[in-house]
Design a protein around this ligand. Structure first.
Ligand code: HOZ
Length: 427
């Protein structure tokens, strides 16, 4: 007798998506392949909760990979969008909001004197290295293993995030000539940086990094690493670029550069500054930024850049983040989660908890993770098993060992307790 299999709504959407979208998803990590699961399609989000098309509720630790620091559907962000929406969604011309946004960013991020809005973190990083190359009249870019700077050609060597998740070390389609212009070094290894400058110094335009790596799982900079990079790049006439797409306005109001007191020459931003709408930005020293067209000759443009909807959402969010209690609160919530997980790790062994305000990773290994090679030694099978159990218990954890979890200001003590109970039962 044949059995009727009843598919969930997510499964039916996935089947339709497979036909018309490569892999059924618009960004690889969402396919949930690395954790042996099927994509979940969502219908709505509120606070720290996500609701899928089958009516399941999840406590969300992805937060759209960072933007939802104040929780989903924050009334003030929605209000700002609604107010802008009725006046038109894009002018393809300047608007007041982009000026307000630029002033706010320059006021809040220590090293940014001028800023250019774009539409994603990828656009921000690829534009920043073009600018760095033009400013220094050099070609080589230094990046670090496990850091992910979006999917532009120059950054796809030994990158974290989706590439690490899928076990891809570089991408077909990137010409060798471009790959040759990127030097990829181990994170936290100043000696390797010194050696690279010794060999290629006069040709190195910039060193780019996530000052706190979020895309290999969470990896903190070792003491002196960021200071060392600042010193070397200054001495060698190269630019230091912080990719703060994830750490910006998260690990502190002024980002990692405020927290670690290091001023990069250029900074890339995204995620939080759009309040959930597609946005990126790059900014920094005025003498460098003024080289961008039309004040200079370095070309970069965008029809939707600085559009009033995204700017309004982002401004509303940045204004709320200036509340003096925000980061203290976020820190406490992160600590509650981290401390609970550490207690669980003490009992089980085989788990390392890495965290900083608003970001956290549980690495399935016995050794502290200080670089990408350490992250790659983690037990990804166990991670996948635990992920599936967590998901069954209503916890939406990042579906890769090589991603960070994001905590918002609206995760309550109860949400975190529920999460810890789920972890305890899953490991
Ligand atoms: N770059 C995001 C955070 N690692 C992941 C988002 C994605 O690739 O879909």
């Amino acid at each position: 007798m044949s059995k009727t299999v009843v598919l969930s709504r997510s499964q039916r959407l996935a089947a339709r998506a497979q036909v018309v979208i490569p892999g059924g998803v618009n960004s690889p990590v969402r396919a949930l392949k690395a954790v042996g699961a099927e994509p979940i399609y969502f219908e709505k989000a509120d606070g720290c909760h996500l609701f899928d098309v089958d009516g399941n509720r999840f406590i969300d630790y992805i937060g759209s990979w960072g933007p939802m620091i104040l929780g989903h559907s924050h009334p003030r962000v929605l209000e700002a969008i609604e107010e802008a929406l009725v006046k038109g969604t894009s002018f393809g011309a300047p608007c007041r909001q982009e000026v307000d946004m630029a002033e706010l960013i320059c006021q809040l991020v220590p090293s940014i004197e001028m800023v250019r809005m774009v539409n994603s973190g990828t656009e921000a990083t690829m534009s920043a290295i073009r600018l760095a190359r033009a400013f220094t009249k050099r070609d080589i870019i230094v990046k670090f293993e496990g850091c992910y700077h979006g999917h532009a050609d120059s950054f796809l060597s030994k990158a974290g995030s989706g590439l690490a998740t899928l076990g891809i070390s570089s991408s077909p389609g990137v010409p060798d000539e471009i790959t040759k212009m990127t030097i990829t070094l181990p994170f936290n290894d100043l000696d390797a940086v010194k050696k690279a400058f010794k060999e290629h110094g006069k040709n190195i335009a910039a060193v780019i990094l996530e000052p706190v790596v979020g895309n290999a799982g969470l990896i903190l900079p070792a003491e002196g690493f960021l200071e060392g990079l600042r010193e070397i790049t200054t001495d060698e006439g190269a630019l230091l670029i912080f990719d703060e797409v994830m750490t910006g306005f998260r690990v502190a109001l002024g980002g990692a550069q405020a927290r670690f007191k290091i001023k990069p020459d250029l900074t890339c931003l995204g995620k939080i500054i759009g309040g959930g709408l597609p946005v990126g930005a790059y900014g920094g020293r005025k003498d460098i930024m003024e080289m961008i067209a039309p004040s200079g000759t370095v070309y970069q443009a965008g029809t939707l850049s600085g559009n009033p909807l995204a700017m309004s959402a982002g401004i509303a969010q940045l204004k709320m983040l200036q509340n003096p209690t925000t980061y203290e609160m976020l820190e406490k919530k992160t600590e509650q989660l981290a401390n609970g997980l550490k207690e669980i790790a003490k009992k089980t062994g085989g788990m390392q908890i890495a965290y900083i305000t608003g970001m956290l990773t549980v690495f399935f290994t016995n050794k502290e993770v200080t670089d990408f090679s350490g992250a790659k030694k983690c037990n990804t099978e166990t991670f996948g098993e635990v992920w599936r159990k967590l998901s069954d218990k209503g916890i939406y954890w990042p579906p890769s060992q090589f991603e960070a979890a994001f905590i918002s200001t609206v995760h309550t003590s109860r949400d975190i307790e529920e999460t810890l109970k789920a972890w305890e039962e899953s490991v």
